[in-house]
Design a protein around this ligand. Structure first.
Ligand SMILES: *Cc1c(COP(=O)(O)O)cnc(C)c1O
Length: 420
């Protein structure tokens, strides 16, 4: 890579890295608008081309012509398990341990209920203050509903997690890759420590599934949840997923005891009897059209080697960091993601006190789409399936340009929208 940051050298480096990229061909699988560098696939994955045809046939043929017959004839009723199986292959989970359903928040509620029920004498839910807020909110809501004195214990530094695992710890509830910084936790190590303390683990894989290699079975994780619309490209509001280790599946029936988790939903009996296995973690009628989109989006992973994906993700992140630091010196940007690629998920974040929101809006106006996270973070998703090194360089150059010109400080870029 060009050490001096001279413009031509950066272009040469990017071109050489792109030419040697084994995943370069995957970009053609996505519909990406011209003139856009998309660095927000960690928040909403782009549209896989194959999803368009699948949606058309799901709507016109399956719904329009098949009507209610399609629950059986088009396999609608099996989609939660089928999609779960596809996701399972990306996260080291055997068939029959993952289903696609509901939202990440709702799934977290179901699984946290299970974890707490399996540790009846213990009162503490251990997590990080920096965890994604919905995880903390759902834990607070559940603790309030249970009204049995459960306490959410939040540590300020991940290093303090092992010490927080005392004899009253029921569950260690963590997000594997931090949404703000991209810092990745040691899933196997922390799970082993939790188990040694007699606690269970619940991992949120929202920024891990499709982003980094995950092996839930090898890590001996007890429970996990995650999103379908981020790195899995399932579309806005795509169904989420949940994982329950085989040994826990039948030991508890979750409280959102809807008919799709019933042993015999079409017997229409008055009493809830949970289905055997992972199916009891379903609740109501599955969102068929959204599941069809996610199912098709997941099919493209069949040809992807996760080791290659990870290698490119790290290289692309390293390249972007180097380019931003070389091209935007003295602009108040500070790397908040781990510099060491092995400790980083698939995103790069910089803090920029004063102006981060407006800087991101200005970047977006120039076609470089990342996002802003409160209070002062510029977040860039590194998604190796459709992002190349030349894209990363273009984004760094654009950032350098608007910082130098001060264009970002125009009043229009400071106006806050509802979704950031
Ligand atoms: C995006 C995200 C969620 C979102 O949850 P929803 O219920 O789908 O809105 C949850 N957890 C983490 C860590 C996330 O990054």
């Amino acid at each position: 890579m060009a050490a001096d940051g001279a413009p031509a050298d950066w272009d040469t480096s990017a071109a050489a890295l792109d030419a040697a990229d084994p995943l370069a061909g995957c970009r053609a699988l996505f519909d990406l608008p011209e003139g856009v560098v998309y660095l927000d696939g960690n928040s909403l994955g782009p549209l896989p081309k194959a999803v368009k045809a699948r949606m058309a046939s799901a709507v016109q043929t399956e719904w329009g012509e098949g009507l209610i017959r399609s629950w059986n004839s088009a396999g609608w009723v099996d989609l939660p398990a089928k999609v779960g199986g596809r996701i399972g292959r990306l996260i080291g989970a055997a068939d029959g341990t993952v289903v696609a359903a509901d939202s990440t928040s709702v799934n977290l509620f179901k699984l946290l209920s299970a974890a707490l029920a399996l540790r009846p004498g213990r009162k503490k839910i251990i997590s990080e203050r920096a965890n994604f807020p919905t995880d903390l909110y759902m834990a607070q809501g559940l603790a309030g509903l249970l009204d049995r004195g459960h306490e959410l214990v939040l540590v300020d530094d991940a290093e303090a997690l092992p010490a927080a695992l005392d004899g009253d710890a029921a569950v260690l509830m963590l997000t594997h890759v931090n949404y703000r910084t991209g810092a990745m936790l040691d899933m196997a190590g922390l799970t082993a420590k939790a188990h040694a303390a007699g606690a269970l683990t619940l991992w949120d894989l929202a920024h891990s599934a499709g982003a980094v290699p995950v092996d839930l079975a090898a890590a001996k994780a007890d429970f996990a949840v995650g999103c379908g619309y981020k790195f899995l490209n399932g579309g806005p509001g795509a169904p989420a997923f949940l994982y329950v280790a085989p040994e826990h599946q039948d030991s508890f029936s979750q409280p959102l005891s809807g008919w799709f988790g019933h042993e015999a939903p079409f017997a229409f009996g008055p009493d809830y009897r949970p289905a055997a296995g992972i199916a009891r973690y379903l609740c109501g009628t599955p969102p068929v059209l959204s599941l069809a989109a996610l199912d098709e989006a997941l099919a493209l992973w069949d040809g992807v080697d996760m080791a290659e994906l990870r290698a490119k993700s790290i290289a692309l992140g390293d390249f972007f960091i180097a380019a931003v630091e070389a091209l935007c010196p003295d602009q108040g940007l500070e790397l908040v993601s781990p510099r060491e690629g092995g400790r980083r998920g698939s995103q790069v974040s910089f803090s920029r006190p004063g102006g981060a929101y407006a800087i991101m809006q200005c970047l977006i106006a120039h076609g470089v789409i990342g996002d802003f996270r409160s209070p002062d973070i510029l977040r860039f998703g590194i998604t190796p399936l459709y992002t190349g090194f030349a894209d990363a360089l273009a984004a760094a150059r654009c950032l350098a340009g608007i910082l130098e010109s001060g264009e970002w400080d125009a009043p229009a870029f400071h106006a806050r929208a509802k979704v950031t």
